[in-house]
Design a protein. Structure first.
Length: 108
């Protein structure tokens, strides 16, 4: 019985390489698509074809850092109602922030 618990515990700490590869491939594909779609308009508006690509790349790197940090957190901590509802509230606030326009893009 104790050997089974030890094996399960040890196995859960291992990195899921397949999931990591799929995530990184999708991330790279998305960043390349941003470059492909926005290069002409970025050059016209900002004078730099890679403006949006650089911004998206920085957010992709930040996302990878957060992903690594969150992979180290024990998932059982989310079973607390306070923490799960707090994270849900933060997610709703972030979703609402998407709807707030930036005045810089609405030049007259």
């Amino acid at each position: 019985m104790t050997e089974e618990k030890h094996l399960v515990k040890r196995k859960s700490k291992q990195l899921d390489l397949g999931l990591l590869i799929v995530t990184l491939v999708l991330l790279a594909f998305g960043v390349i698509m941003v470059l492909s779609a926005s290069a002409p308009s970025a050059f016209r508006q900002e004078g730099d074809s890679f403006f949006y690509f650089k911004k998206q790349g920085l957010f992709a790197i930040a996302g990878i850092v957060v992903m690594i940090f969150m992979s180290k957190v024990d998932y059982k901590i989310y079973s607390s109602k306070l923490i799960s509802r707090g994270l849900l509230g933060i997610a709703f606030i972030l979703l609402l922030l998407v709807l707030v326009p930036r005045s810089r893009y609405y030049k007259k």
